[in-house]
Design a protein around this ligand. Structure first.
Ligand SMILES: *[C@@H]1O[C@H](CO)[C@@H](O)[C@H](O)[C@H]1NC(C)=O
Ligand SMILES: *[C@@H]1O[C@H](CO)[C@@H](O)[C@H](O)[C@H]1NC(C)=O
Ligand SMILES: *[C@@H]1O[C@H](CO)[C@@H](O)[C@H](O)[C@H]1NC(C)=O
Ligand SMILES: *[C@@H]1O[C@H](CO)[C@@H](O)[C@H](O)[C@H]1NC(C)=O
Length: 314
């Protein structure tokens, strides 16, 4: 009789014990595994990661190394979300939001993401930033703007898996701006919330089901950086310049004038998404997207870099 009641408690106890050194379960101090907007906190950067990750610019550099970039020129879909990590600070706004950049560094790619949809992460630091601690991420995949930025089916698990998948390439991820190499391992944690349509009894936003797993990432900053590889650096720089130019052109083409984008955002909230201007913009975006896809230099440089490191690590 009692067993079904005790099992969840037991597995929670086991889960907590297993990850004690990685993060503090927010619920221990009245926090929650969902944001105030009911999105699951499905990725945790372990407190056992390199200490530098607790600095926001280093965390951002790491996100950049996975292919995520800062929000699009201050334009964002929706307001900030709040989370309570049980650290005594109550519900606080997300510290930041990074978006999948489609292989384009800095803003250009994530402008693209705001318009066509894709993977994005919101992040919060648990506890006092001067001390060792975890970082909680809410990762999800969004539809494009014509779908009002809704989360796609299975979008929370997909978003989590995209972050974990991109982070854990065996040779490490390399920041395009600093050349820092991040080596990341992942452990999937169960027992903190259930599979289904709720997180600890809170109905999930958009009624999207989850598998109940949290990706716990441990990130180690490699002692090596790419600065001795001058040829590679040159390729990176060339790729960076080229893709910034292309991205700049794409966002100019797509967003010009910026008031048009504002209008689009307002229009997109209206039920009539077949608005003519909206359609024209989507068409322009499709053309810009093809132009970006046609450029392979960035990918080649990145592959070259990975090969080089794989050889070195052997
Ligand atoms: C715990 O959180 C709930 C809901 O956010 C709040 O009403 C309550 O006062 C909190 N309790 C403590 C002890 O902080
Ligand atoms: C959270 O963000 C909103 C919207 O940007 C802002 O109005 C509010 O003041 C912020 N709250 C805190 C505590 O910073
Ligand atoms: C946006 O998503 C819808 C539905 O998935 C799709 O039909 C449309 O082509 C997409 N638009 C762009 C610009 O990607
Ligand atoms: C990296 O993220 C992108 C965008 O979300 C996704 O398409 C891709 O499959 C991910 N790669 C891995 C190895 O998970």
């Amino acid at each position: 009789m009692l067993l079904p009641l005790l099992l969840p408690l037991l597995s929670l106890r086991l889960a907590r014990a297993a990850f004690e050194a990685d993060f503090t379960d927010p619920r221990l101090a009245n926090g929650s595994w969902v944001t105030a907007q009911a999105e699951p906190l499905n990725v945790v950067v372990s407190a056992q990661s390199s200490r530098e990750l607790r600095e926001e610019d280093v965390l951002q550099d790491w996100l950049n190394s996975l292919g995520y970039a800062d929000e699009c020129l201050g334009l964002h879909a929706g307001g900030p979300q709040q989370a309570n990590l049980g650290d005594g600070n109550g519900y606080v706004n997300q510290t930041g939001l990074y978006r999948w950049a489609y292989g384009l560094p800095e803003h250009a790619g994530s402008c693209w993401e705001s318009l066509v949809g894709g993977s994005h992460v919101r992040y919060w630091f648990q506890g006092d930033r001067d001390e060792r601690g975890a970082i909680f991420l809410a990762a999800s995949d969004e539809h494009n703007i014509s779908m009002y930025h809704d989360i796609v089916d299975n979008g929370y698990d997909l978003g989590r898996d995209n972050v974990a998948g991109n982070a854990t390439v065996p040779s490490g991820t390399i920041s395009p701006s600093s050349g820092t190499i991040y080596l990341t391992t992942v452990e999937m944690a169960s027992g903190f919330f259930e599979a289904g349509l709720t997180v600890n009894g809170v109905a999930i936003n958009h009624e999207i089901g989850i598998d109940g797993l949290v990706a716990v990432l441990t990130i180690t900053i490699s002692e090596e950086t790419s600065n001795e590889l001058s040829l590679i650096s040159f390729f990176i720089l060339a790729a960076f310049v080229l893709s910034t130019l292309l991205g700049g052109w794409a966002s100019y083409y797509a967003l010009r004038p910026s008031s048009e984008y504002s209008t689009l955002r307002i229009d997109a909230r209206k039920p009539d998404i077949h608005d003519r201007r909206h359609q024209q913009l989507l068409l322009a975006l499709e053309q810009a997207r093809r132009a970006i896809r046609a450029s392979t230099l960035h990918d080649e440089a990145e592959l070259g870099l990975r090969d080089q490191y794989e050889t070195e690590l052997r």
